[in-house]
Design a protein around this ligand. Structure first.
Ligand code: UDX
Length: 469
């Protein structure tokens, strides 16, 4: 099918490239001319595994073309709106870009169009779209508006699109439902050439859930808010574990074995970040508020998340006594591994707190240092993690990149001022770090001192020295 995708951000670019990958003729529009020029020359504006390869493969086959909004509007029978909906100061989602695209479609498109909102939007946005398209339509435009929320995670976006847990479509007509079934048929049948896995024949066929538009819009905010709630819940349990001497990893494992709870998204740490959870929780609180519902539960989720950095800083003060004048190594700036994204990353408030207390920060991240410089201009960016750790009074693990798990920690030990590691993502293993001579403090787990892993000796069987968790 001829499909247009308006907006080439994370969601738009992944959607455009993957729809082309599964066989559609895709036109992707971008209003930022610099970005558009890059895309037309096959240059990726973001770091996302596999996306560059399938984007350029589709371009070379003529399945994917980049251009301006007007051309995009003229191209597709289905038009996916994937423009940004950033948070406004009051927490509401800024819908001006969506409205702008709707007005352009109303004025320029003719014939039948299926207009699909894929950006994360508050409930009833589809209804507003329908109304405003009707108000501004000049030509013989016949249209349906549908909601098709995305559940892509940065760092695994291509896999999440091609092998989703479910596809949600919110429609008000059978025609729109049938068109979306047709568009996603290769995914629901898993009958496409997979760029990630050799053989996908045994892969689970995802369900395509058809709802009304309002429900589909709510599924998105509710899903993200629920996942964020799980994280804040386990972070509170971690605080308790630190006080009573329990191990949150074991607690989470015990909880997660109950399929009603599930083990995923029970990893404690220094808080959730990224361009989705923080803003979606805030937007959902606002949506509820406007509808007369006080979503106090989510306000607590947000508060717990905001307090993670303060809690982590307190643990650092307990270890270092005085932070002022110390050299702190920060490993990881991205809000999570396998992305170069630092939007709402916990590393930013953490490093600002360190600087605020007079520490000198040396940092390293495999992908995100360029993007971090705008928010964190006053720190030292290092070419590798070992340089960042040289002479450090403390090493803070902030993003759980695989590279940090694989580091030679005995080499690090020989270069630091003080062998102190605070692991904000529970990436490493306490027992081995202590045997390597580190004081090791992690989240919700007993801390250990060099050569002494008292708390763990009870249960630990004699294992070879490895820091890998
Ligand atoms: C999220 C949703 O997962 C995805 O479905 C939606 O489409 C967009 O928002 P993303 O923001 O890419 O995706 O990241 P995700 O992997 O969900 O992690 C979000 C944050 O939560 C990260 O900062 C991560 O470090 C943190 N997290 C995640 C935890 O602290 N603990 C966990 O157990 C899981």
């Amino acid at each position: 099918m001829k499909i247009s995708v308006i907006g080439a951000g994370y969601v738009g670019l992944t959607t455009a490239a993957c729809l082309a990958q599964i066989g559609h003729q895709v036109f992707c529009s971008e209003s930022d001319n610099d970005k558009l020029e890059k895309l037309k020359n096959g240059i990726m504006p973001i770091f996302e595994p596999q996306l560059e390869a399938i984007m350029n493969d589709a371009r070379s086959k003529g399945q994917l073309v980049f251009g301006g909004t007007e051309e995009g509007i003229a191209w597709g029978k289905a038009i996916f709106i994937c423009v940004g909906t950033p948070p406004l100061p009051n927490g509401d989602a800024d819908l001006s870009a969506i409205e702008g695209v709707a007005r352009a479609i109303a004025k320029r498109a003719s014939g039948y169009r299926l207009i699909v909102e894929k950006s994360t939007v508050p409930v009833q946005t589809g209804a507003q779209l329908r109304k405003h398209l009707g108000i501004h339509q000049s030509n013989a435009l016949e249209y349906d508006v549908a909601s098709n929320p995305e559940f892509l995670r940065e760092g695994s976006a291509v896999g999440d699109f091609l092998h989703p847990d479910r596809i949600v479509v919110g429609v008000e007509s059978e025609r729109a439902a049938n068109l979306l079934r047709e568009i996603y048929a290769p995914v629901t049948e898993q009958s496409f050439e997979c760029p990630i896995h050799k053989d996908c024949s045994n892969r689970k066929r995802p369900r395509l859930l058809v709802t009304d538009t309002n429900s589909a819009e709510l599924i998105k905010h509710a899903s993200n808010s629920f996942l964020a709630m799980k994280i804040s819940f386990i972070n509170m349990v971690a605080n308790l574990c630190e006080v009573v001497g329990a191990d949150v990893t074991q607690v989470a494992e015990g909880m997660g074995l109950d399929p009603r709870i599930g083990g995923s998204f029970l990893n404690p740490g220094i808080g959730f970040g990224g361009f989705c959870f923080p803003k979606d929780v805030q937007a959902f609180i606002r949506i509820a508020q406007k509808s007369g519902c006080d979503f106090s539960l989510l306000k607590e989720v947000e508060k717990i998340n905001q307090e993670r950095i303060g809690h982590f800083m307190q643990r650092l003060r307990e270890e270092l006594w005085v932070v002022r004048g110390k050299k702190i190594a920060v490993l990881g700036l991205a809000f999570k591994p396998n992305t170069d994204d630092v939007r709402f990353a916990p590393s930013i408030p953490l490093i600002n707190a360190l600087i605020g207390e007079g520490a000198a920060v040396s940092a390293y991240d495999p992908e995100a240092m360029e993007k971090a410089k705008a928010d964190l201009p006053d720190i030292k960016y290092c070419a590798d993690p070992y340089t960042a750790c040289e002479g450090a009074d403390a090493i803070l693990l902030v993003t759980e990149w695989e590279e940090f798990r694989q580091m030679d920690w005995s080499r690090v030990k020989s270069t630091v001022e003080q062998p102190l590691v605070l692991d904000g993502r529970n990436l490493l293993k306490a027992e081995a770090m202590s045997q390597l001579g580190f004081r090791y403090v992690s989240v919700g787990r007993p801390s250990v001192s060099p050569g002494r892993d008292a708390a763990l000796s009870v249960v630990a069987s004699k294992k070879e020295v490895s820091v890998l968790r």
